[in-house]
Write a protein that binds this ligand. Structure first.
Ligand code: GLN
Length: 195
């Protein structure tokens, strides 16, 4: 299995390291590359959009042609994982967004950007996630919330009254940063979910 991490902006290296660990944990041969151009899409079996700034990621992906290429590939069934800004990129709907920003719009979730407000822009919180027998340390950095899911998208984790992780078919979105927690369980969850 080869995973491509969209490498235009944000926490790219952290996801690469975490996938390397996760492949070993799951015990499969895996490889992870940085995805910068549409032509590299041919080489991969899954896509990751890291955290960062979704407006920047979106406009750079548009410039490189990756936005359309990734959207088409995901609509054709290629698995995708997005964290924080990556979850914003995946959402079909952004709540109360005055400005329009380029997104993939592939997952049946609604997000509200920077949901947790200024005073608590960044925080950590133990999360109980579906299928996990002990808490997962959620690291939230100017995180969005998932305010709604529909069709076959469904929550796998809640915090502070909102959805913080959701899945749909071969898509996984988290509003926190599993690539920063030193815990590969969400990356192994994704690998198992798609293999
Ligand atoms: N607030 C950012 C956005 O909406 C996301 C922050 C992050 O990825 N840590 O794009």
């Amino acid at each position: 299995m080869r995973v491509g991490v969209v490498g235009v902006q944000g926490g790219v290296a952290e996801h690469i390291n975490m996938f390397k660990r996760a492949f070993i944990e799951v015990g499969i041969r895996g490889d992870v590359i940085i995805l910068k151009e549409p032509k590299e899409m041919e080489k991969i079996d899954a896509i990751v959009i890291p955290g960062g700034e979704s407006t920047t990621i979106g406009s750079l992906m548009m410039k490189t042609g990756l936005l359309n290429a990734v959207k088409k590939a995901v609509e054709g069934g290629i698995p995708i994982m997005g964290t924080c800004a990556g979850a914003v990129m995946m959402a079909k709907s952004i709540k109360a967004g005055k400005d329009t920003q380029p997104i993939l719009g592939v997952m049946d979730i609604e997000v509200s950007r920077n949901y947790f407000g200024r005073q608590r822009e960044s925080f950590e919180m133990d999360l109980m996630l579906e299928g996990m027998d002990r808490p997962f340390k959620g690291i939230f950095i100017r995180a969005p919330a998932i305010t709604r899911t529909w069709d076959d998208a469904r929550p796998i984790g809640m915090a502070k009254g909102v959805i913080v992780a959701a899945v749909q078919r071969k898509m996984l979105a988290t509003v926190f940063h599993p690539e920063l927690s030193g815990d590969p369980r969400l990356h192994t969850y994704f690998i198992k979910m798609i293999s």
